[in-house]
Design a protein around this ligand. Structure first.
Ligand SMILES: Cc1cc2nc3c(=O)[nH]c(=O)nc-3n(C[C@H](O)[C@H](O)[C@H](O)COP(=O)(O)OP(=O)(O)OC[C@H]3O[C@@H](n4cnc5c(N)ncnc54)[C@H](O)[C@@H]3O)c2cc1C
Length: 438
């Protein structure tokens, strides 16, 4: 029970951004209810970053736990906006002081090729479900889709996430080849050591002896253009050349550790579909001018493969009642995540731009945000962006009177009723109950 008027804020999504916003607002005296669709609140950290980031993952999990179990934060798992909650009802009718969308970017940007929609999970797989599978397939009770990784699988991409995807493919291929030699492989150790060293430690001096041809990463622009390292805004020629060098270095180190092939300046022209299944890609060379990559006529060739993983970016899931501007929600301020169509609605983290957005927040330079951003910078881009949003929410709340205590109690009671409905008791025992066994 609250004993005096205060603000009550609903946050959708309990991961890095949502938990950070909740922590900051609760510390400022608000009652915050965090609605999370999953049983566990760890979002991209658990399901999107490959599980070989084992130590960082545990650290991030504990940070999220601490934020969600603090006083003033009510965590409501297994509750999905768009399914269990209606956005317009939540934002307009419940009576919250503010609503913050921190639901991440879970929709894969669709592969722009005729027929792609017809062969999803029939040879074409998108990055988000693919990484989810890799992170969870070894758990007892895993019931999601299972993917077979054939030799010479193709990844379409070029960013950091696509490097993770091609690494997963290589680890799976070499794990299978090692198993055939009687070795029980540990893919996490293999990732930490690199494939050649791991093979050597298991009596195979030359990994090529295993006969794996390897996966192929296709990128539409040049290696210099791969967004594997940051490029300063308005970079001069020297900085551009330097970034290009760094990118070459990063890629060649990954290739020597994971033995995959890369084909830069390669565009997907068509899908090869046979009997309703993807069997390859027709690709061609590209000519790069600035950010554009134009097809070079006469360079078409067919790459036959039974698996293409498309890793060309993640965008927010459309939600009933949320207006869109292209593939993003209709924000009026992209730095704070202030949503245009309804006052008091904000967004934070990957949902805003599809990736952690800190630079724009820093350029923004709002005094009220700056000390928060500085404090949360160490926690990563999504947390720092969340600090900017929290500051904007605080400004919004300062212009509004607090809610009467009975009103806040009624909102909290509604949240508790949902907790009871999904079988939630307290944070620690819930997390223990829903943590999968491996
Ligand atoms: C070791 C490490 C490496 C990293 N590497 C990268 C990298 O390579 N690239 C990169 O971009 N970032 C990287 N990051 C940053 C980080 O992964 C993300 O920026 C950050 O986790 C995104 O947090 P988020 O809260 O915005 O989104 P998410 O983590 O996606 O959280 C969204 C939450 O909302 C929930 N949700 C979604 N829809 C609904 C709904 N309808 N109703 C209720 N709940 C919903 C989801 O279940 C999820 O829990 C890295 C971080 C670490 C620690």
């Amino acid at each position: 029970m609250v004993d005096k008027p205060c603000h009550a804020v609903a946050v959708i999504g309990g991961a890095t951004a949502g938990s950070t916003v909740a922590e900051i607002l609760a510390a400022a005296g608000c009652q915050v209810v965090v609605f999370e669709q999953n049983e566990r609140p760890y979002g991209k950290i658990e399901d999107g970053l490959p599980r070989w980031h084992d130590k960082q993952r545990e650290m991030e999990y504990r940070k999220i736990d601490e934020r969600l179990r603090r006083p003033g934060v009510t965590f409501v798992p297994r509750t999905k906006l768009g399914q269990d909650l209606d956005f317009l009802a939540l934002a307009r009718d419940w009576g919250w002081s503010a609503v913050v969308l921190a639901n991440g970017a879970w929709k894969d940007r669709p592969l722009d090729a005729a027929g792609a929609g017809d062969v999803v999970d029939r040879g074409l797989v998108y990055q988000n479900p693919f990484v989810y599978w890799f992170n969870h397939y070894h758990e007892v009770g895993y019931a999601g889709p299972r993917y077979e990784v054939p030799d010479e699988a193709v990844v379409v991409g070029g960013g950091l996430a696509s490097i993770d995807v091609i690494k997963i493919i290589q680890l799976e291929l070499y794990a299978r080849a090692l198993r055939a030699r009687g070795v029980t492989p540990d893919v996490i150790a293999m990732e930490h050591e690199g494939i050649p060293k791991y093979c050597q430690a298991h009596g195979i001096d030359d990994p090529s002896a295993l006969g794996v041809k390897g996966g192929i990463l296709l990128y539409r622009r040049r290696i210099d253009d791969m967004p594997l390292s940051p490029m300063p805004k308005g970079a001069n020629e020297k900085q551009i050349a330097k970034a290009g060098e760094v990118r070459h270095k990063i890629l060649s180190k990954c290739q020597s550790n994971f033995l995959f092939q890369v084909r830069p300046q390669t565009l997907t022209r068509e899908l090869v579909i046979e009997d309703g299944r993807l069997r390859g890609l027709v690709v061609c060379k590209s000519e790069v001018q600035g950010r554009d990559a134009a097809p070079v006529p006469g360079t078409e060739e067919t790459l036959r493969t039974d698996l293409v993983v498309s890793s060309i970016g993640s965008i927010p899931e459309p939600l009933t009642g949320v207006e869109m501007k292209g593939v993003y929600y209709a924000f009026k301020d992209w730095d704070t995540g202030e949503y245009g169509p309804l006052p008091g609605v904000f967004a934070s983290g990957n949902v805003v731009t599809g990736q952690g957005n800190i630079k724009a927040s820093l350029d923004h330079g709002k005094q009220v945000a700056q000390h928060l951003i500085d404090r949360y910078l160490d926690c990563g881009p999504a947390s720092a962006a969340a600090a900017t949003t929290a500051a904007a929410v605080t400004e919004h709340l300062a212009r509004k009177g607090p809610l009467p205590a009975e009103k806040v109690d009624a909102l909290l009671e509604r949240a508790r009723a949902r907790q009871r409905e999904v079988g939630y008791d307290d944070y620690a025992s819930w997390i223990q109950k829903v943590t999968p066994q491996v």
